[in-house]
Design a protein around this ligand. Structure first.
Ligand SMILES: Cc1cc2nc3c(=O)[nH]c(=O)nc-3n(C[C@H](O)[C@H](O)[C@H](O)COP(=O)(O)OP(=O)(O)OC[C@H]3O[C@@H](n4cnc5c(N)ncnc54)[C@H](O)[C@@H]3O)c2cc1C
Length: 593
């Protein structure tokens, strides 16, 4: 085995341990890659029980009033700071501890309810929504998920009110997208009661204003010369905690404090370890699943604001004696924005409900939500900007700020490129393992293997023979449901073909991965839209509403999404990949393949 192969095997083994340990129920996304429509997770569209909805409505009412009266997004951007009064208000309205258990002072909300709060903030101010995400979605998430009762009792009460703030510190110079490459070291003291932390973190939201930071550092693996990442609770009053830069000047979300800090021989008590020792990467990935879900909510809110602004302008601004909304090229943008905003909301709600309903593994769905909503929002803002023309360029309108603010979304919490690859590879692992079983058995038959290979073969064959049923309840949606089922069947066929054609080298073929992930994301988005539409139609039927529902935006989304899926799948065999890679290698000065 050469050095590169050995490195590849090591990476595969690490990923296997990290992502696929233990048996798991088949979720929706993994089902898609198996050619199955696991309807229970996505249909019917999730609804909150009445009592929860009432409580949420009350909180939303309070939050809206507070934001209307006290939040000034333009001022936050100008001053590059979120005022303490806003942070206090977010604490008072329960936002900073929305999903924390009531026994520790939180609201005990579900992720679905929390997403509604974040959507409301995302509509108005991205700095504030990123601040809340950094504190609540990821800053205190490891404590909420992995903390012991004693740890929660000690730390949470002040964090859920905003009296103290949280931050999540993973990124370093050498560990950006490659999160596993954390270099910060944590060495146990001789008596084992403490760990001495050394290293630097950068780009950390809230670092300079947080009193409690979840910090990832490497601890020795007992009995070996290896190290593994462990999560620690660190406080800035610990001697050796050095703030290197409190607020790195930046392009967007300027109200947030993005900082750099160093830990220099910082002694952290052993009882500050969160989760199992050496399992910090698993902790980090799980935490980020929550961050990606609320990202979806914030992007949905911002997209709705853009749509509202675009409609207002298109209906009032006149050129050539017509309002802009009378021109088809403006209509095209507005229709697409409405369709995307509908899909973003549906996808966020369903993803959040997967967490609430206890699906063990939702990492593909949260990654799909993050990539899809951040990419769509970027387009939506750009379209709104274009509709406003020159006026959008000036700071008296919010669009230039929104454009600057939205740029980080495609980079932070897992860049969209890295997540696109992740979606395809994690999704394809299930069918890939089945093909491997069949292949290995053919090469080296054995009694044990034959039965496993038989099961794998029947699974693959079953998926190839059967067009999955998409069980909508509304007659009006049956045609779209059938189309979706056929596209899932085609998707499964395409995944199988890619796996058989490319085998292990597919791990490096990002252009193939991008098409597979793109198709999977649109299949998920279409499912969420269909599910939402179905529930709205059913509700109207139950209420005896006779007026026809306007589903033009959802219908458009499905048509465009289905078209994109066909294009992604078609691109797997009809593409310019070779020329593209040759051109890139040439300008990058790499040897020809
Ligand atoms: C404003 C802001 C706030 C942040 N807040 C936090 C925080 O609170 N906590 C925290 O821990 N971190 C935070 N981050 C860090 C953020 O998560 C990282 O910036 C992100 O993970 C990307 O890492 P990087 O910037 O080092 O980019 P790199 O890893 O250097 O990547 C650069 C580009 O290369 C691409 N790339 C990298 N690897 C691959 C690959 N395998 N395949 C294809 N393309 C690839 C990426 O997509 C990216 O576009 C924040 C960053 C910013 C800018």
């Amino acid at each position: 085995m050469n050095k590169l192969d050995a490195q590849r095997q090591k990476e595969i083994q690490q990923a296997e341990e990290l992502l696929f340990a233990g048996p798991q129920a088949l979720g929706f996304a993994k089902g898609l890659f198996q050619g199955r429509f696991v309807a229970d997770w996505v249909m019917p569209y999730p609804r909150m029980p009445a009592a929860q909805q009432t409580e949420l409505d009350k909180s939303l009412g309070e939050l809206r009033q507070f934001l209307d009266e006290d939040l000034d997004p333009a001022e936050i951007d100008r001053r590059a700071e979120i005022p303490r009064s806003v942070i206090d208000g977010l604490g008072r309205t329960g936002v900073l501890g929305a999903t924390a258990p009531v026994e520790y002072g939180g609201r005990g909300f579900t992720q679905m309810a929390n997403c509604k709060l974040l959507e409301e903030i995302g509509r108005r101010c991205a700095s504030t929504s990123v601040f809340v995400n950094a504190h609540h979605s990821i800053g205190i998430r490891a404590l909420l998920l992995f903390g012991t009762h004693e740890q929660k009792q000690r730390w949470l009460p002040k964090l859920v009110t905003g009296e103290q703030l949280g931050a999540f510190a993973l990124t370093e110079q050498e560990a950006g997208s490659d999160a596993a490459n954390v270099q910060m070291q944590a060495r146990p003291t001789d008596d084992g009661t403490h760990f001495i932390l050394n290293g630097e973190k950068r780009y950390i939201t809230n670092a300079a204003i947080a009193q409690v930071l979840t910090v990832m550092a490497r601890t020795p693996v007992p009995g070996s010369d290896k190290t593994a990442v462990t999560a620690f609770l660190v406080t800035p009053d610990m001697p050796g905690f050095t703030m290197l830069e409190e607020r790195m000047p930046k392009m967007g979300i300027r109200g947030t404090a993005t900082g750099r800090f160093a830990l220099r021989d910082v002694e952290v008590p052993r009882e500050n370890i969160l989760g199992p020792m050496g399992k910090g990467l698993k902790v980090a990935l799980t935490v980020l699943d929550f961050g990606r879900t609320t990202f979806g909510a914030c992007c949905t809110g911002a997209a709705k604001t853009c749509l509202r602004l675009a409609i207002e302008h298109a209906n009032t601004r006149k050129q050539f004696n017509k309002t802009l909304g009378e021109f088809d090229l403006v209509k095209k943008k507005i229709a697409r924005m409405a369709a995307d905003a509908y899909a973003m909301e549906a996808m966020t709600t369903i993803t959040a409900s997967l967490i609430d309903r206890g699906l063990e593994d939702y990492m593909i769905e949260t990654a799909m939500l993050k990539v899809f909503t951040t990419d769509r929002l970027w387009e939506v803002i750009n379209d709104a900007f274009q509709i406003y023309g020159g006026s959008a360029y000036f700071v008296d309108l919010p669009l230039e700020r929104m454009l600057r603010d939205a740029r980080i979304n495609q980079i932070g919490e897992g860049s969209n490129e890295v997540l696109t690859s992740f979606i395809a590879l994690v999704g394809m692992r299930g069918p890939g393992m089945e093909f491997k079983e069949i292949y290995d058995t053919m090469m080296k038959p054995s009694r044990d293997r034959v039965s496993k290979a038989w099961t794998a073969g029947m699974n693959r064959l079953g998926a190839a023979m059967r067009v999955p049923d998409v069980p909508v309840r509304s007659e009006e949606l049956r045609a779209q449901a059938r189309q979706l089922g056929r596209l899932i069947w085609r998707f499964n066929f395409a995944v199988n073909r890619a796996l058989i054609t490319y085998r292990e080298p597919i791990l490096d073929m990002q252009l193939v991965q991008e098409r597979i992930a793109g198709a999977a994301m649109d299949l998920f988005a279409s499912t969420c839209v269909l599910s939402h539409q179905d529930s709205e139609i059913q509700l109207a039927h139950r209420n005896g509403d006779s007026a026809p529902l306007d589903h033009s935006a959802a219908d458009l989304f499905l048509r465009q999404s289905f078209r994109r899926i066909r294009r992604f799948l078609g691109g797997l065999t009809d593409n310019d990949d070779k020329s593209l890679l040759a051109a890139a290698d040439s300008v990058l000065g790499k040897p020809r393949r």
